[in-house]
Design a protein around this ligand. Structure first.
Ligand SMILES: Cc1cc2nc3c(=O)[nH]c(=O)nc-3n(C[C@H](O)[C@H](O)[C@H](O)COP(=O)(O)OP(=O)(O)OC[C@H]3O[C@@H](n4cnc5c(N)ncnc54)[C@H](O)[C@@H]3O)c2cc1C
Length: 380
């Protein structure tokens, strides 16, 4: 598919690229070494509207659509995947709140993210014993009198230590729903009973914050349900369809950055630039990058047009772009030999950052299952 960005989309992409070049890329290596959370950068990006690119201006968003959002994530993610993934999750949380939240939930919590009051919002689905199999969650919410009591543990939660809102999935036990259907809750992180574990030390994306959250009989108001009791699983899957476009856009950014880094080395090293094998490999990898970019834009366009389901396309874009980012970064290290593993270039960081994208918001194996199930239903 051919996609010409509109002037408005181009403006978002350009502003994201300029900000990334001036404020994000120059400190990416340092952040990788120190694991420092990018609070300042996220605040500045929020001030530019980039925490709600596809969110209504009423709540501090840009209303610029999904394609514009994708380009912004690619630009920021190319400069530093840690900032890119945090921005991606924040946008996802804002969109879910806008789509399913009550007026009170939207007005209270979306601006906390879009105005940069907090580092972001967290999507609390995974648990120590359930990730791919989200339905196997153990966290429960019991309705008592006029409130809910949430009890359980959520693991691997992005931005958990810096969030202004938690979207928490739990099995909700209510007199009208005794089977405990999966339900999403909007929870203020300052609520008593919530504790935040230590930041995980990951192989990549060191500047993104990943923590365990413990909910010890946390009392939240009756109106904390997001959407309706029992609709939580559907809300999570719809959110992840959009989230996967964000992760795929990030992966495109990482892969593009790696090719740019390699090109700089090759162009200044005659032995490499005159080596036909090296040059041919760059052509091959660039072709893969373009294919990934097309799949991401295709999924983003479908979501933006709201005329079609895009579950399959979002999963295909996610698995293809993230696997491609890994292939490209690793093959470039192989191609450049010792120069590829030096910290002077960011290639070795990009290899590590790319690998992480293949896990969250559904592993590659799970994306293939999602794609196949959707396809088999169509072909039945
Ligand atoms: C850096 C990072 C940030 C994260 N951020 C968040 C977050 O903000 N919120 C959140 O809720 N979660 C988050 N996660 C969790 C992430 O979504 C899960 O780790 C992921 O979904 C995999 O779940 P799991 O860890 O339980 O692994 P498992 O589901 O146990 O999977 C282990 C392996 O088995 C494979 N597998 C599992 N089931 C199948 C199957 N049916 N067919 C084929 N293969 C299968 C998987 O692909 C994987 O390779 C994050 C994870 C990481 C690493």
């Amino acid at each position: 598919m051919h996609l010409d960005l509109t002037p408005a989309q181009l403006d978002i992409k350009t502003r994201a690229a300029q900000f990334a070049a001036e404020h994000v890329r120059p400190v990416a290596a340092q952040r990788d070494n120190t694991d420092l959370f990018p609070s300042d950068e996220l605040k500045q990006l929020a001030d530019m509207g980039f925490m709600g690119v596809n969110v209504s201006s009423q709540f501090g968003g840009l209303e610029a659509g999904v394609v514009a959002y994708s380009t912004a994530i690619t630009e920021v993610g190319a400069a530093d995947a840690s900032v890119g993934v945090t921005m991606s999750v924040n946008n996802m949380v804002c969109e879910v709140l806008e789509q399913f939240g009550t007026e009170h939930q939207k007005k209270t919590f979306i601006p906390r993210i879009t105005q940069g009051e907090y580092g972001g919002g967290s999507f609390c689905l995974s648990e120590p014993g359930s990730g791919s199999d989200a339905a196997g969650m153990l966290t429960r919410a019991d309705f008592q009198d006029d409130h809910w009591i949430i009890h359980g543990t959520k693991s691997w939660i992005t931005t958990g230590a810096h969030a202004g809102v938690f979207l928490v999935w739990a099995k909700a036990f209510h007199p009208d729903h005794e089977d405990g259907p999966i339900t999403a809750f909007v929870v203020d992180p300052a609520t008593p009973g919530i504790s935040v574990g230590k930041a995980e030390e990951k192989m990549g994306q060191h500047g993104s914050n990943t923590v365990t959250l413990n909910f010890d009989h946390v009392k939240v108001p009756a109106d904390s349900v997001l959407g309706h009791i029992g609709k939580g699983f559907r809300i999570a899957m719809m959110a992840l369809d959009g989230g996967r476009i964000g992760v795929a856009s990030l992966a495109v950014g990482i892969a593009r950055e790696a090719i740019q880094q390699a090109a700089t080395i090759i162009n200044t090293t005659p032995a490499l630039s005159q080596d036909a094998t090296v040059v041919s490999k760059i052509g091959e990898l660039y072709q893969e990058l373009q294919a990934a970019q097309q799949m991401v834009f295709h999924a983003a366009t479908l979501k933006e047009k709201k005329v079609a389901r895009f579950t399959r396309e979002a999963s295909m874009a996610k698995v293809f772009a993230t696997e491609t980012a890994s292939t490209i970064t690793e093959e470039l290290v192989a191609l450049l030999g010792p120069m590829g593993v030096l910290k002077d270039t960011s290639l070795e960081r990009l290899v590590r950052d790319a690998r992480v994208t293949r896990i969250y918001e559904g592993t590659s194996e799970i994306q293939r299952v999602v794609i196949a199930r959707d396809l088999l239903k169509e072909l039945a």
